[in-house]
Design a protein. Structure first.
Length: 333
């Protein structure tokens, strides 16, 4: 299969919508990362999404819609809280986990009785969904386990020849995936942190929002543990290089990273350094996955990264990815 990269013109988006209608796979831009799209109501097409990514079949897909009112196709009821969240954050980087309708296949839901729904803010992607005439699934458009793609070239690197098309809208603005919020229990619970933070959600809802306990455990879940977001248990965001995170105050971290760099270079290792220092947490989010991929391209053997210190905001969301990339390999200085 030849993968075609399209500019987001009206004519091209219509071509891509036709590919989706016929059961094909089209990678699409969002404000967070690129997604791998297929007709959410076409089970064969959704199965091919898992195949193309090499994704375990128990890890459910997020369904993307073109307008908030389309949510009724996917879930039987809306609570007042869900409506508040939609009004405050959609379109935007917030995914809501809600009860699913029977129209959603087990292939999409990974066998759960819930579905994750998101309204992305790319106009090109909303036009794609609109012209396809169906909600589309959209896991991140990377090979399973690799860093999420924030540029069309990242998608091409992982999935060239395995998908029909990519809509190239340049760099993704946010750079890390959406916040996943479970709305099926008594208390809204963040299953995956993102740039929509607990503080933002609590302000909109006027009530407490919890963090799933796995997010603050600081270590990988046990083999037999079943997290609420199945995807959170898999090895993730892994660069080819070994990665070590150094945590502490800025000066100490810088010195320790320098010491380890010299030591590792003496051993003949090519070392990559990831220190965000003066940068904001949003800038770190924007660059993180792209930096990992750049270091892979450069053939780096060892990545030394400075931890971001943020209890639960955007820095915490980046740290969630950084810890997984490093296999929780962290030292404190
Ligand atoms: O920003 C994003 O969310 C991107 C863009 C393309 O929209 N998509 C994305 O999808 O990151 P993916 O498949 O790479 O990550 C989805 C996460 C996984 O951890 C998955 O386990 C979880 O959401 N998830 C999906 N459906 C769920 C459900 N019904 N209940 C709990 N977790 C769910
Ligand atoms: Mg992913």
């Amino acid at each position: 299969m030849k993968t075609i990269v399209y500019e987001p013109t009206e004519e091209n988006i219509k071509k891509c919508a036709e590919i989706i209608r016929k059961g094909g796979l089209v990678a699409f831009p969002t404000e967070t990362v690129y997604g791998l799209g297929a007709d959410a109501f076409n089970e064969d097409a959704c199965r091919r999404v898992y195949e193309a990514k090499g994704r375990p079949s128990d890890n459910p897909l997020i369904v993307h819609i073109a307008r908030a009112s389309d949510i009724g196709q996917l879930t039987p009821r809306l609570s007042e809280d869900i409506v508040k969240l939609i009004d405050n954050f959609w379109p935007g980087p917030l995914t809501l986990v809600v009860k699913k309708k029977d129209t959603i296949s087990k292939t999409v839901s990974g066998g759960l009785d819930t579905v994750a729904i998101r309204l992305p803010d790319s106009e090109a992607t909303r036009a794609l969904i609109n012209w396809a005439g169906t909600p589309i699934v959209g896991p991140s458009a990377n090979t399973s386990g690799r860093p999420s793609p924030t540029k069309a070239e990242h998608v091409l690197h992982d999935l060239d020849g395995r998908i029909d098309a990519i809509i190239d809208e340049g760099d993704c603005r946010v750079g890390i995936e959406s916040t996943v919020l479970d709305m099926t229990g008594d208390v809204p619970t963040i299953l995956r942190p993102g740039i929509v933070t607990r503080e933002n959600l609590e302000a909109a809802l006027g009530k407490t929002v919890e963090l799933d306990p796995t997010l603050t455990a600081g270590k990988p879940a046990d083999e037999d543990f079943k997290p609420k977001a199945p995807g959170m248990k898999y090895k993730h965001y892994a660069p080819k290089a070994d990665m070590l995170i150094v945590e502490g105050n800025r000066e100490d971290v810088k010195n320790e990273v320098e010491r380890l760099r010299v030591l590792n270079e003496k051993l003949g290792n090519k070392v990559g350094i990831l220190l965000f220092e003066e940068k904001t947490f949003n800038e770190a989010a924007h660059e993180f996955f792209a930096d990992l991929r750049d270091m892979d391209e450069q053939g780096v053997d060892m990545i030394l990264a400075g931890a971001l210190s943020d209890a639960e905001g955007v820095g915490f969301a980046v740290m969630n990815r950084m810890l997984k990339s490093a296999g929780y390999n962290i030292v404190r200085v």
